[in-house]
Design a protein around this ligand. Sequence first.
Ligand SMILES: [Zn+2]
Length: 62
Amino acid sequence: MKCAVCGGKVTPDDAGLTKKLINRAREDYLCRECLKKEFKLTDAQLDRLVENFRKAGCTLFK
Ligand SMILES: [Zn+2]
């Protein structure tokens, strides 16, 4: 998967975050760097979000 903004690598976690933060139906994804810029979040904050979604049993995060 490639980032829709910069063409960088998008991990499955980044793809899940894109869907959670922007729009579930979204077909294009943002990489971690672009998510950070877009939502003004830090790596630690994004990691915590992934962890919370995973704990909640969200199927976007495995
Ligand atoms: Zn990017």
